[in-house]
Design a binder for this molecule. Sequence first.
Ligand SMILES: [Zn+2]
Length: 290
Amino acid sequence: MRCDCCGSADWTPLFSENGIRLGQCPRCDLLYIDDIPEPQRRMTEMEAGHYAGTQEIVAADKQSQSELILRSRFQGFVDLAREHTPSGRWLDIGCGAGLLLGLARDASYEIEGIELSADRMRIAAQQTGATVHGLPVEDVGYPDDSFDVISMINVFSHLISPTETFRELARILRPGGIVVMATGEMTAGAQKGDMLHWNLGDHLHFLGDRTMAEYAERLDLAVLHHERTWLPDEMFSREWLRVRGRSKAKNALKSTVNRTPGGLALMRAVMLRRQADSSAHSGVFVLAPR
Ligand SMILES: [Zn+2]
């Protein structure tokens, strides 16, 4: 098992979750699980709506509600893209129920999507009128120079080989084209308690402190924009309270906090203190082939 980013065979174990081990490359800081699935197994899991054996991928109707709540965050990605590449063809990889695609269309981009989960793929196509493929981007067979903007929001962690995917994106981007990417990014000293759920098995990779700089160097990408938001700060928000998860108990607690005056401030004070040492960040990037 070699590091997808730098090729090193060194792998320092960090911890296990659901019997799956996460470790880190000491050279480039990429975090990855010790059992990266074969592409065929991954497709079967995505199509079946399950991963790592028994865990369910959130159903399409719940996904659609969550996406509505995420509208302002996603509009931020469209605004960010427009600063660099204001028009043209936009491909959203992992488009879910199509919220970002709709916002890109409203900003006058021509849109197309990729979504491996069959029910989300149908909803995205219905709601946006876009062509949505149910294949990994490497398998669609796009010609060179096909897109001006390619977005991957919370997709990096699911990729079997980010290196192969980045190479394909560089090939299908037009000159002047960009990749807009958002994903988890861990600063030094990542520990299990840094995230409430790592969802190992569904998540295969996480960026570490130096990882994106190393990918950029190796793959000849320019990092045009990089911002890190501390995840606990972003996470324990009014939006988070409104998003329904898998746990009924947690959903009930969120509803109570949401209805209680001052409830969110109290919850934030408790959770931010508890998570004070967390290395977890949300990284947003704009990348371009050099
Ligand atoms: Zn590495």
